[in-house]
Design a protein. Structure first.
Length: 219
């Protein structure tokens, strides 16, 4: 199976889509062949949606098997359709690119260190996980700097030992480093992954794919 993909001719998959073990949210108008590749690789239902009228769905939503956190500018009809999938909560904060500031799986999440308590509580309630503020490689945009599945965590290669220790403690999973799209350290922006499988941006090299497979337990 081809493990490489573009969405809207772009290899930054995590900007446009977001996945859990149950569903992939993709932009409205995603070609059928692309949707079928996602379904097959990740063994999920594919749902086409916008968030706040935008096609950068991966930047504006983050979820797990319990539900989704979305931009506070989400439209009512978008919320209604997402509620078929579980809890849906809009983040009560000026930071609305929730896909960039939350790194979550089904048991835990780390978030942008400047998120206020009210926003953290919203994330805890929607995703039903313990939430901890953290950075990855000094970056506050933890959702761009890493990927967390229920089997492993893959992050920016400049992550510090102290940050790895926090991630291992939060997720209780092995943490490894890697890149996507021919050397990009922003793992979360170039990779879609869940427990069943993964898809990487079309510019990702063979060695990068190998690292992804090893770190997230597909081998």
């Amino acid at each position: 199976m081809d493990r490489k993909l573009t969405i809207g001719s772009s290899p930054v998959l995590g900007v446009f889509a977001t996945v859990t073990d149950n569903v992939a949210l993709v932009p409205i108008g995603t070609p059928r062949m692309t949707a079928e590749q996602i379904e097959e690789a990740l063994r999920v239902r594919v749902m086409q949606t916008s968030i706040a009228g935008s096609f950068v769905v991966g930047s504006l939503a983050c979820g797990n098997c319990s539900g989704f956190v979305v931009s506070r500018y989400v439209y009512a009809e978008e919320t209604r359709s997402l509620q078929e999938l579980g809890n849906v909560q809009a983040i009560p904060d000026v930071m609305t690119a929730v896909g960039n500031i939350i790194l979550a799986n089904d048991t835990a999440a780390v978030v942008h260190p400047n998120l206020p308590d009210r926003a953290v509580k919203t994330i805890e309630d929607a995703l039903r996980v313990d939430v901890r503020r953290a950075t990855i490689a000094g970056l506050k945009t933890v959702g761009m700097a890493g990927i967390a599945t229920n089997k492993g965590v893959l992050v920016h290669p400049r992550v510090s030992d102290a940050e790895i220790s926090i991630l291992e403690d939060v997720f209780n999973l092995p943490v490894d480093i890697g890149t996507v799209n021919f050397g990009s350290p922003l793992i979360g922006s170039g990779l879609l992954a869940n427990s069943a499988g993964y898809l990487a941006g079309a510019d990702t090299t063979g060695p990068e794919l190998g690292r992804i497979e090893d770190a997230l337990g597909y081998i």
